[in-house]
Design a protein around this ligand. Structure first.
Ligand code: ADP
Length: 397
């Protein structure tokens, strides 16, 4: 018999032996038993599968069996699906507590393998256990509510503590990164200085292979310096606000664009600058330069030789629109949200240099100016990043 035709039983239990036992016993009677290890998974699976019956151990981790029953009872489309508690708790009142929480039946462990298939069939057939007529449900409900609130309170306390720990770790990580990049930058500056002297022939004549080796070292050093700058700038950004002043964007970008044109030429990529206007605008100059650099740097990194990269600046009365387009590798749609996260890099392109900070910086700078940034991308065809910056940014909140 195929799984589709078999009645589905969802069994929520973290004990492997019990899982196997119930699967064997009910499987032999034609049921398809699916297992969830904890309450939250149980709720998710129940919603997805709409089983014929839910069998739940009351002592499961996380959301316990009582809470799970209460949660499932609140889901309209699971109306009529019996929830049966399976538990070793035979203390007085335990059964009533389970029924009040939303269970329809209460089976005691150890599991009676001879009886279980029959019991399950009865519940699927419509059997529902009832509380005795004289039971004071108000009292039971109050006690159950009390327990829920206590559990909630404990969780809130745990989460608050965990959150404080995460924040402290984040602060320490920031401090560590800042120290690390400072420590690395100091010796790097000396290295680059001497390489420059060698490159200019100021420390003696070099043979052609030596010159070539020095050029390679300088390129690698520049790459390292760029990564360190990104890291430092990112750490700095988190703690400071922007100080806009009136700038002419094109003039400000000139030195950067000279370097970008050179990189594009060396990589065999055609670089085009399209400028319609670019009137003075109030911007944080360092932030803006960093933003444009990150976008162009990515486009050059992810576009193969023979491709195109284009930077367009366009004035509108109330805003400046900046667009960076490339004909590169593109980004699959499932990554388009995540690429803005600090340190996030899409896996297949991880061989490219980068620390995953470029777009986090872009977003931070853009939002710090009251603007917004968006991306459109087609894998294999290219990407287009559009930045919109208001001419009169709202003061930072
Ligand atoms: P990185 O330092 O890795 O470039 P970013 O934050 O700038 O970090 O970018 C995050 C990821 O987004 C990159 O690793 C890359 O996978 C993807 N990405 C960004 N820009 C482009 C682009 N123009 N073309 C293709 N992929 C891109």
């Amino acid at each position: 018999m195929g799984c589709e035709a078999q009645p589905k039983i969802l069994y929520v239990e973290d004990n492997r032996d019990n899982q196997r036992l119930v699967q064997r016993v009910l499987g032999a009677r034609g049921y398809h038993v699916l297992v969830a290890e904890d309450g939250a998974t149980g709720v998710a699976l129940a919603q997805e599968l709409r089983p014929a019956l839910v069998l739940v151990d009351l002592g499961i981790p996380g959301l316990d069996g009582y809470e799970m029953a209460t949660r499932l009872r609140g889901l309209k489309h699971l109306d009529g699906v019996p929830i049966v508690a399976l538990t070793a708790d035979s203390t007085p009142g335990a059964r009533e507590r389970a029924l009040v929480a939303g269970c329809d039946g209460y089976l005691l462990k150890p599991i009676d393998t001879r009886l279980l298939p029959q019991q399950v069939a009865e519940f699927i057939g419509g059997k529902r256990e009832q509380l005795a007529a004289h039971t004071d449900t108000t009292d039971l409900l109050r006690a159950y509510n009390q327990k829920l609130v206590e559990r909630l309170e404990q969780r809130v306390r745990e989460l608050t503590r965990a959150n404080a720990e995460v924040q402290e770790l984040d602060r320490l990580k920031g401090q560590f990164l800042a120290t690390l990049s400072h420590e690395l930058r100091t010796p790097l500056t000396a290295l680059m200085g001497y390489l420059e002297l060698f490159g200019r022939g100021m420390l003696g004549e070099l043979t052609p292979p030596q010159r070539e080796a020095i050029a390679v070292m300088r390129r690698s050093g520049e790459l390292l310096a760029r990564q360190l700058n990104n890291l430092l700038y990112f750490q700095e950004l988190r703690g400071r606000s922007f100080t806009p002043r009136l700038v002419r964007p094109l003039e400000l970008l000139q030195p950067l664009l000279v370097g970008i044109e050179e990189r594009a030429r060396q990589a065999g990529i055609s670089f085009e600058l399209v400028c319609a206007g670019a009137a003075p605008i109030a911007l944080d100059p360092i932030g803006f330069e960093q933003l444009v650099h990150s976008l162009l740097d990515n486009s050059l990194k992810f576009t193969p030789a023979g491709g195109r990269v284009r930077l367009a600046l366009r004035d509108e009365p109330a805003r400046l629109i900046l667009r960076v387009e490339d004909s590169g590798s593109g980004i699959a749609s499932e990554f388009l949200e995540k690429i803005w996260l600090p340190f996030y890099r899409v896996e297949p392109t991880a061989s490219q240099p980068g620390a995953g900070l470029g777009l986090a910086i872009v977003r931070h700078v853009v939002e710090g100016h009251g603007g917004h940034v968006s991306v459109r991308s087609v894998p294999g065809r290219g990407s287009a990043f559009t930045v919109v910056l208001p001419r009169n940014p709202a003061p930072e909140g």
